[in-house]
Every structure is written in structure tokens, then in C-alpha cells.
Design a binder for this molecule. Structure first.
Ligand code: HEM
Length: 185
């Protein structure tokens, strides 16, 4: 929500897509609607790229010595995987600091653990078992929040003034929590 409110033009594109799809349906967004919302999917991917909720994954341990791209990782070494930095690597992402959901409309990069440039849920046998649930919840919640409401920032703050800095811990949070009021559309 913070990135969408911070980028009102992207919010409008995502909202228009949801409203168009839902205009002839009586229900709220359902799981079955997600495949028909490519821009919303791109918004969720872009948000997880820039703000992975578990920025270093959960610590792993090497079970034997392993050589990776010229680096020796010794047996028993604790491994923190910095997905936050991977999501902002200029060698991988064009304008990495920018919130550009469009980048995911042209490529088939997904967060299901097969595309190693985007692994906010981890990868391999310890990949997040809640991935499918999170995938459904994120699309349905964000889709519904933008479909039904417009958002106003506290104290007449302007969208560009939102402090997007983050606080690092096991999970990543906004340094200054977002305060926005919903208005029914
Ligand atoms: C946006 C939402 C979520 C994100 C980004 C996320 C991310 C992660 C990450 C990065 C890991 C560690 C993977 C690794 O070390 O390689 C993890 C593990 C785990 N997640 Fe999630 N998660 C989310 C939602 C959920 C939900 C909704 C559930 C449960 C309903 C869940 C349950 C778990 C459990 C049980 C583990 C430990 C798995 C293990 O160590 O074998 N997560 N998650």
C-alpha cells in the first residue's frame, strides 16, 4: 500500500485493471480472478523485490564444503542470503531503486523459487510453505483495498513525502509506519 500511495500513477493503473475486470461481477475479488490481473501481479512482485519481508531469509547452514563462483563455503558455515540486496542489484535490475511494476510485464520472472534473482520466499526444500497462501492473500487484499477505497495520507502529507526507509530485523518494516485513511469510492 505504501508503494502504491507513494506512486499514485501506478495505483491508478492497478485500480483501473481491477475495476474493469470486476465491473460485471457481483462478488469481491476471488482467487480465480488473479490470473486476469497481470498488473496487480506485477505490483506484488515489484513490492517483494524492493521490500522482501524476510530480508536475509532464515539462516541456513552448509552441510558440506561447497565452491560457489570461486568462493569456498566451508561445512557448517551459517549462510544469510541477502535478498534485499539481490532485489536492488544494478547488474540484474534496470533502475533498481525505482518502483516499476511494468518491468515484470515483459519477463517471466516469478517468486516461486525457480528464478534466483527474485526469491523473497526462499528456494529449495526450505522454501516458505506459506507461499501459496501469501500469494492469494496479497492479491485479494491489495486488490480489494484499491478497488473499494481511495487513500488519503495523514496530515495532508503529499505522496512524494512518504518516508520509504526501512528498519532491518528478522523482518523488514517501514521505518515510519504508513498512516493513511480509506475513503469509499
Ligand atoms: C509475504 C508473505 C511471506 C513471505 C515473504 C515469507 C517468506 C519466508 C521466507 C523467506 C522463509 C525462509 C525460507 C528460507 O529460509 O529459504 C519462510 C519460511 C517459512 N514461512 Fe513464510 N513467508 C510469508 C508468508 C507465510 C505464511 C502466510 C505462512 C504460513 C501460513 C508462512 C510460513 C512459513 C514457515 C512455517 C516457514 C519455515 C519453513 C522451514 O523452515 O522449513 N509464511 N517464509
Amino acid at each position: 500500500m505504501a508503494e502504491l500511495i507513494h506512486n499514485p500513477d501506478k495505483l491508478e493503473i492497478a485500480r483501473a485493471e481491477v475495476i474493469k475486470l470486476m465491473e460485471n461481477k457481483k462478488s469481491m475479488i476471488q482467487e480465480a480472478d488473479i490470473p486476469q490481473l497481470p498488473y496487480l501481479q506485477a505490483v506484488i512482485k515489484e513490492t517483494l523485490r524492493l521490500h522482501p519481508p524476510v530480508p536475509f531469509l532464515i539462516p541456513h547452514q552448509a552441510i558440506h564444503d561447497v565452491q560457489i563462483q570461486g568462493f569456498m563455503v566451508p561445512k557448517n558455515a551459517q549462510i544469510l542470503c541477502n535478498v534485499w540486496a539481490m532485489g536492488r542489484d544494478p547488474k540484474v535490475w534496470l533502475h533498481p531503486e525505482k518502483f516499476m511494476p511494468e518491468r515484470f510485464l515483459e519477463v517471466k520472472i516469478d517468486y516461486r523459487g525457480q528464478d534466483f534473482e527474485l526469491i523473497p520466499f526462499g528456494s529449495g526444500r526450505r522454501i516458505c510453505p506459506g507461499l501459496n497462501m501469501a500469494h492469494r492473500m496479497l492479491h485479494i487484499m491489495i486488490g480489494s483495498l484499491i478497488q473499494k477505497f481511495d487513500w488519503k495520507l495523514e496530515g495532508n502529507m503529499k505522496a512524494q513525502d512518504i518516508d520509504m526507509d526501512e528498519k532491518f530485523a528478522l523482518t523488514l518494516q517501514m521505518n515510519v509506519p504508513l498512516k493513511a485513511t480509506p475513503f469509499k469510492i
